[in-house]
Design a binder for this molecule. Structure first.
Ligand code: TYM
Length: 337
């Protein structure tokens, strides 16, 4: 049975970007495919500690898992949730892959460049994080890894490491994940999703951006989120058109509207074709986002910690079994076992 896998770090409350770029597409795919695929959803808590954590990491982790359930993830015997640090094989395989990866390819990772930029010194975890991510994927022989566009380069790295490892030992130890083009196709999109910063739409919406109005957080009061949309940066061209290069602010609003309402982007674009008043578009997007948050937050409030811990018990038992078996294969070919 093939495996679909993804993870979201739990450094803080998540943004609308995480929700629309990763949570929602993954929940849709999981619900669609869990009859014939394994679905693994985990919190990469070891990835969380490469940067500052807001509040208590363990509590954040439980909250992030509740987000998945609130977003509509349907649990069944093929769907597993787990915490990365509760499956030690991830760190073990990471070390083995460290000895397969090169400094050159790891240094080329855009996320590493962005996260280390301008810093006098940065921790080794920031550099090593894509290799741990490769371990997260390869341990479970995952074929599809639904992610936002910012993470595609890491999928390529995981693929390269699997291919190199298998080639070096002339054995198919690791399943090579699908190419990014096939990942995008699997997600049913023509391109990866990248929700932009509301004030500076050249950049992606990120939890680490300081300006509060630049991002919508999943625990924002719906009215507050609506205000943030109303103050989003647009442009002076006076036409509602989807053109990320020329009009990233307006295009971002159109994309948000489509994803939040579930209406295909093409249909949203036809509705707004010929409109020149950005205020009208903003009002509609603001109300769609507020409504979405209201429903989401209501569902979130109904999920108890006990429910999550119960699911984790089963998920972590499963994850350790699968991951340890794959780790042993890798250890054997390296002569460690
Ligand atoms: P993280 O926690 O930074 O981001 C989680 C997911 O949210 C997506 N995302 C966005 N999508 C669209 N627009 C945005 N503005 C936006 N911001 C974030 C990200 O693309 C991602 O899908 N390294 C990963 C976590 C990870 C992982 C893995 C994922 C660790 N191991 C194995 C999959 C498989 C990360 O830092 O994501």
């Amino acid at each position: 049975m093939r495996t679909i896998l993804t993870g979201i770090r739990s450094n803080s409350v998540l943004t609308l970007g995480n929700y629309l770029g990763a949570l929602l597409p993954m929940v849709r795919l999981a619900n669609e495919h869990s009859g014939d695929s394994m679905v693994n959803i985990f919190v990469p808590d070891l990835h969380s500690i490469i940067s500052e954590v807001d509040g208590d990491l363990r509590e954040n982790t439980i909250r992030t898992l509740k987000y998945w359930l609130a977003a509509g993830l349907e649990m069944n015997e093929n769907v597993h949730i787990y915490r990365q640090s509760y499956v030690p094989a991830h760190s073990e395989l990471c070390w083995i892959l460290d000895c397969v990866a090169t400094m050159g390819e790891t240094s080329r990772m855009i996320q590493y460049k962005e996260k280390s930029e301008g810093k006098a010194s940065c921790n080794v975890g920031i550099f090593n994080y894509p290799i741990l991510m490769a371990a997260d994927i390869l341990l479970y022989s995952a074929e599809f890894i639904p992610l936002g566009e910012d993470q595609f380069q890491h999928i390529e790295l995981a693929r390269n490491l699997a291919i190199r490892f298998n080639h070096r030992f002339q054995q198919e130890v690791f399943v090579v994940p699908a190419s990014t083009a096939d990942q995008v196709k699997f997600m049913g999109m023509s391109d990866g999703i990248r929700i932009r910063d509301l004030l500076n739409p050249e950049k992606k919406m990120s939890k680490s951006t300081a300006a509060e109005n630049s991002k919508i957080m999943l625990d924002d009061e719906p009215a507050r989120a609506a205000k943030k949309i109303m103050s989003a940066t647009t442009d002076s061209l006076g036409r509602v058109k989807f053109d990320m290069r020329e009009q990233p602010g307006v295009s971002n609003l159109l994309l948000i509207e489509a994803l939040v309402t579930g209406v295909p982007l093409q249909d949203v674009l036809s509705t707004w074709a010929g409109e020149t008043r950005y205020g009208e578009l903003k009002k509609k997007v603001a109300s769609s986002v507020a409504e979405m948050l209201e429903v989401f937050q209501g569902k979130f409030a109904e999920i108890s910690d006990t429910e999550v811990y119960k699911l984790l018990e089963d998920g972590e038992k499963y994850a350790n079994k699968v991951a340890n078996a794959k780790l042993l294969e890798a250890q054997k070919v390296f002569g460690l076992r």
